[in-house]
Write a protein that binds this ligand. Structure first.
Ligand SMILES: NC(=O)c1ccc[n+]([C@@H]2O[C@H](COP(=O)([O-])OP(=O)(O)OC[C@H]3O[C@@H](n4cnc5c(N)ncnc54)[C@H](OP(=O)(O)O)[C@@H]3O)[C@@H](O)[C@H]2O)c1
Length: 318
């Protein structure tokens, strides 16, 4: 099968498009024919062994060592990286009862990765952990894969926000993969939403429902801040601005500030079904910036690494 191998940690050109052996499912695995995957910010972190979270020496060096222990010393232990997928089940092991051949599924693989390929075996353990389920029936594979990463992270980090009708919510980084879903979720809860992004993305975030927009690059942007019941930093601690610092002082008395880097994501079994419902009921829509073929993965990583994608960058496998 065709796949992309991460030959070592480094710049995007460490990724090589190759022919590798097609996996054969074991008794407790399903074989998924992947139709679409995405280049996520996390894929760039893994490929480049970049420590997320804005840490400095010596924490950064310790975390890098920890990452090597966790994902592989000189290169990823599973050399096929990639976290999200949408595809069709091609075969099932004899212990699999919940899925059958032909089922259309989407998923977020957690630590196993392996989605930059034509096929991936998904073990029952990962299915039970909530890492794969039936994709939304009204979504194309590209739409399904475009909601997974941002959707799972937005659901996870907004779960305790308890947003109520009429409350003021600010989404910092509203035009990215996580921000575009967070903004739509906050509108779903009938909040008044302020989206923070650069002016070129105002039209996009307005189309997703934002009531107000602030450009974090503009001088004096902090003067536009109000008092918010919930502020969600959807771009993470590596990216900051004067506005972001000012946000932390712009909460109501009971207001909450949550960063997408506050803790490591732990996927729960209800996240993907919830995401499917949100898409099927047209509560959220997929935001797709660019789509590349698998063989152009280096170009896709170079684009994502610039840090200004709108929503999601996809890889069409089939
Ligand atoms: N906790 C976990 O387990 C976990 C897991 C995965 C990811 N994460 C975090 O999630 C982040 C990725 O989120 P993502 O994929 O949604 O990001 P993304 O799509 O790469 O975000 C791109 C957007 O960020 C905006 N942006 C860039 N720099 C900014 C700044 N200084 N201030 C405000 N906005 C800025 C850009 O808007 P403009 O183009 O308008 O500038 C762009 O639209 C990672 O970097 C990581 O920190 C956490």
């Amino acid at each position: 099968m065709k796949a992309v191998i991460c030959t070592k940690y480094g710049n995007p050109d460490v990724l090589k498009f190759r022919e590798v052996k097609k996996p054969i499912p074991k008794v407790d695995e399903v074989l998924v024919k992947i139709h679409a995957t995405a280049v996520t910010a996390s894929d760039c972190v893994i490929r480049g062994l970049n420590v997320p979270g804005g840490h400095q020496f010596p924490i950064k060096q310790l975390m890098k060592f920890g990452m090597r222990l966790f994902i592989g010393f000189t290169k990823p232990r599973n050399p096929i990286i990639g976290l999200v997928f949408s595809g069709v089940i091609e075969a099932t092991g004899k212990n699999i009862e919940t899925f059958k051949e032909g089922d259309e599924v989407f998923g977020f693989t957690g630590i196993s990765r392996g989605t930059y390929a034509e096929y991936k075996c998904v073990p029952i353990k990962e299915i039970k952990a909530g890492e794969m389920t039936l994709k939304p029936s009204n979504a194309s594979h590209q739409e399904a894969v475009a909601i997974v990463y941002g959707g799972v992270l937005a659901i996870h980090f907004m779960k305790n926000a308890n947003i109520k009708k009429g409350q003021k919510v600010l989404v910092y980084g509203a035009s990215g993969a996580i921000g575009t879903i967070a903004l739509q979720l906050a509108k779903h809860y009938e909040a008044e939403v302020t989206a923070v992004c650069s002016t070129k993305n105002f039209e996009l975030v307005a189309s997703l429902g934002s009531d107000k927009m602030i450009d974090y690059t503009r001088k004096g942007a902090a003067n536009q801040l109000e008092q918010y019941d919930f502020i969600f930093d959807a771009v993470g601690k590596n990216k900051t601005s004067n506005l972001k610092e000012a946000c932390k002082e712009s909460l109501t008395q009971d207001g909450k500030y949550v960063s997408v880097d506050d803790e490591f994501l732990k996927i729960k079994s209800h996240y993907l079904p919830k995401l499917r419902d949100l898409f099927e009921t047209e509560t959220i829509q997929a935001v797709i910036d660019k789509t590349y073929p698998l063989e152009n993965i280096v170009e896709a990583h170079e684009y994502v690494e610039k840090g200004h994608k709108k929503g999601n960058v996809l890889i069409k496998v089939v």
